[in-house]
Design a protein around this ligand. Structure first.
Ligand code: ZN
Length: 244
């Protein structure tokens, strides 16, 4: 089975459409969405509709939760707060209903899936260091855990000697690291932050035991023009082309 993992779309329709088009050419059996469909961008309803149609497994992200008032925005920065207010006002009732129904966590084919962290996913903690990764390895039982949330693609390996390190490649074959466990961030479709503005997503091939990233270009100027029209903060526009 070949599963595509998308995350952190953030209402960026041009990015989502480009990624879905790429997925169509990759012999994918199923698409899983790890959350944050909305927030920042200005096409939340269109993105919710596409995800609802194409991703039988979809998880709740913190921006989704905030947009439907399941989470307060008190810990959000000012740009995120402005975007969430706009999103809450512009989401249709059916979109809100869908976001409200999403689970925090799922397991699939030996994979644990969560938006933020396997440890207390409803607290929306970030994994930004090897220490935080080491801690989180204790909170899933499967060989692999896939997350989103930081918008930074990374593969962290805990090997059979309990050694923890970052895998320096954009793909990883599970047989090459027997006895290891993996914590993988699949990156962001709609707002990449690893200095590469191209949309990022991951493919897991369970037969070949292979995980790999794909990067997809999309029409950033079109997204920015729409955001400008809706008076989104300038920083949210410029970060798209900078990939930060
Ligand atoms: Zn996000």
């Amino acid at each position: 089975m070949r599963i595509a993992f998308i995350s952190d779309i953030h209402a960026n329709l041009e990015a989502l459409e480009a990624v879905l088009e790429d997925i169509e050419q990759q012999q994918i059996d199923e698409i899983v969405c790890l959350g944050d469909i909305v927030g920042y961008g200005v096409n939340p309803n269109e993105c919710v509709d596409l995800v609802r149609k194409q991703c039988p497994t979809t998880l709740l992200g913190n921006h989704d939760a905030a947009a439907v008032e399941l989470l307060s925005t008190q810990h959000f920065n000012i740009h995120a707060k402005i975007a969430i207010e706009w999103t809450t006002q512009n989401l249709r009732k059916e979109s809100k209903h869908f976001l409200t129904s999403l689970p925090l966590k799922a397991t699939k084919e030996q994979l644990t899936l969560v938006h933020a962290t396997p440890y207390e996913p409803n607290m929306w903690y970030y994994i930004t260091s090897l220490e935080e990764a080491a801690f989180n390895f204790q909170f899933f039982d499967t060989p692999v855990c896939l997350v989103g949330h930081t918008h930074i693609p990374i593969i962290i390996v805990l090997d059979s000697e309990k050694e923890l390190y970052v895998h320096q490649n954009t793909s990883i074959a599970l047989d090459s690291i027997e006895g290891s466990r993996l914590l993988i961030n699949v990156g962001s479709v709609g707002q990449p932050r690893d200095r590469n503005p191209k949309s990022c997503y991951g493919i897991f091939d369970s037969e070949q035991g292979l995980f790999s990233y794909r990067r997809v270009a999309y029409n950033i100027q079109k997204t920015q023009a729409k955001m400008k029209k809706c008076k989104m903060p300038e920083f949210l526009l410029s970060r798209l082309e900078d990939g930060r």
